[in-house]
Design a protein around this ligand. Structure first.
Ligand code: ATP
Ligand code: AH0
Length: 379
């Protein structure tokens, strides 16, 4: 087994999450001495046409191969552009990059299968084309090995959270508020396993409802949600979804939580702004319930909040309200601004793959064991 060398190694991580807002590219450095360091970032916006096509694919009953190929091709071009823009202002040459870790675009995630069929998780990706377009080694297909080993294939970020934030005397929780929210618990007891799971929807429903009623991609700072009133009856109906009571390991996606799911729970009497306020509340309460499920012993609790939802002031207020015990903090204190942890995770996972090191945590995903994740597409 190879061990990491002392001089820094450079990796690029590419992540486009379930919000479909764009492709995040992060350049990181890994050495033996310190946690992974974030060196540079670039957010490549998703062209409107690709955004629409991917949204269609995520909800499609039937998809043509030509549509899939078109989406994959456009997505890969966008990724290559992200890499180019990331490196353009830097003195780092492509030859210095050990590998690009490409997450791909999640189109469907069914870790328990669909209608009795086999488990699957589908990320649209073309690592071969990306290797051609960039001239760089690409590591991709991170999730399916964990799935093959009986795991949920998600969330994968908790292992990176551990590498980044380590263990401290206080309990640390890392919350990613992306399209969906996932939570990692790094216990103050170093012998405790890392626990992590998806708590439920975050921006996916907020964005969808906002776009339907206000136009635009998202509710800036949660202002529209803040203008509404929480509808407790609607909230209770939404929270009755069995997913929220499931013990870990658990992960979810657009297959379960989508606008039609929301609409099935509406009485028709709600105002649109009140629904938005209730959706923000759903995220805050489901995160708080997820934390309660962990039954963390007394002591101080730090909640590191990351992902695009950390910019939603209203949502953050509601989180602070429901989790009074926790001190909310930004990962910027560790040199990692909130928007870059996931892209960083896939850069780190590429490093793990090249060095034959495990990428998953069985205590999180429920896999039968630790596994080396992903396939290598050489430059
Ligand atoms: N200033 C802001 N105010 C409110 N919401 C914001 C703001 N900035 C970003 N967001 C929200 O964050 C979302 C993007 O978050 P992020 O990039 O973490 O999602 P993602 O990577 O797609 O998610 P996932 O973790 O599910 O893969 C936007 O779609 C929006 O809902
Ligand atoms: C299948 C899939 O793409 N899941 C995403 C999604 O977005 C947030 C949450 O749901 C998390 O489970 C996961 O992403 C992060 C990067 C993860 O695997 O940790």
């Amino acid at each position: 087994m190879k061990t990491p060398t002392a001089s820094p190694l450079y990796y690029i991580g590419l992540m486009s999450g379930t919000s479909l807002d764009g492709i995040d590219a992060a350049l990181i450095a890994i050495d033996n001495a310190s946690p992974p360091r974030l060196l540079a970032t670039h957010a490549e916006p998703m062209p409107d046409e690709l955004h629409r096509l991917l949204l269609t694919l995520c909800h499609a009953e039937q998809v043509s191969f030509a549509q899939l190929a078109a989406a994959e091709h456009a997505f890969c071009q966008c990724q290559a552009q992200a890499v180019k823009q990331l490196l353009a202002p830097l003195s780092v040459e492509l030859e210095q990059i050990s590998a690009i870790g490409s997450h791909g675009q999640t189109i469907e995630h069914a870790p328990k299968g669909h209608n009795g069929g086999p488990a699957y998780t589908l990320q649209l990706d073309n690592p071969s084309l990306l290797a051609e377009l960039t001239g760089c080694t690409v590591v991709a297909d991170f999730r399916r090995r964990d799935l093959a080993a009986g795991g949920q294939a998600a969330p994968l970020a908790p292992a990176f959270h551990q590498a980044l934030f380590g263990r401290s005397d206080a309990h640390q929780l890392v919350l990613n508020l992306g399209g969906f929210a996932n939570l990692t618990w790094l216990s103050s007891q170093p012998t405790d396993p890392v626990i992590g799971f998806d708590t439920g929807p975050a921006n996916v429903l907020l964005d969808g409802w906002f776009s339907l009623h206000q136009g635009g991609r998202f509710d800036q700072d949660g202002d529209w949600a803040a203008s509404g009133k929480i509808d407790e009856a609607l909230l209770a109906r939404l929270l009755s979804e069995p997913f929220f009571q499931q013990p870990p390991p658990r992960s979810t996606g657009r297959e379960l939580f989508h606008l039609e799911w929301l609409q099935q729970h509406l009485s028709g009497q709600e105002t649109a702004a009140n629904v938005q306020a209730t959706l923000a509340e759903l995220t805050a309460v489901s995160v708080a319930q997820g934390i309660e499920q962990l039954q963390i012993s007394d002591g101080s609790l730090t909640l590191i909040t990351a992902g695009g939802g950390a910019h939603n002031g209203y949502l953050m207020q509601r989180l602070a309200h429901h989790i009074p015990r926790a001190t909310l903090t930004s990962p910027s204190a560790y040199g990692w601004p909130e928007d870059w942890i996931e892209a960083g995770a896939f850069a780190w996972l590429a490093h793990q793959r090249l060095h034959h090191l495990p990428g998953n945590l069985p205590s999180v995903t429920g896999a039968q064991g630790a596994r080396v994740l992903g396939g290598i597409y050489a430059a």
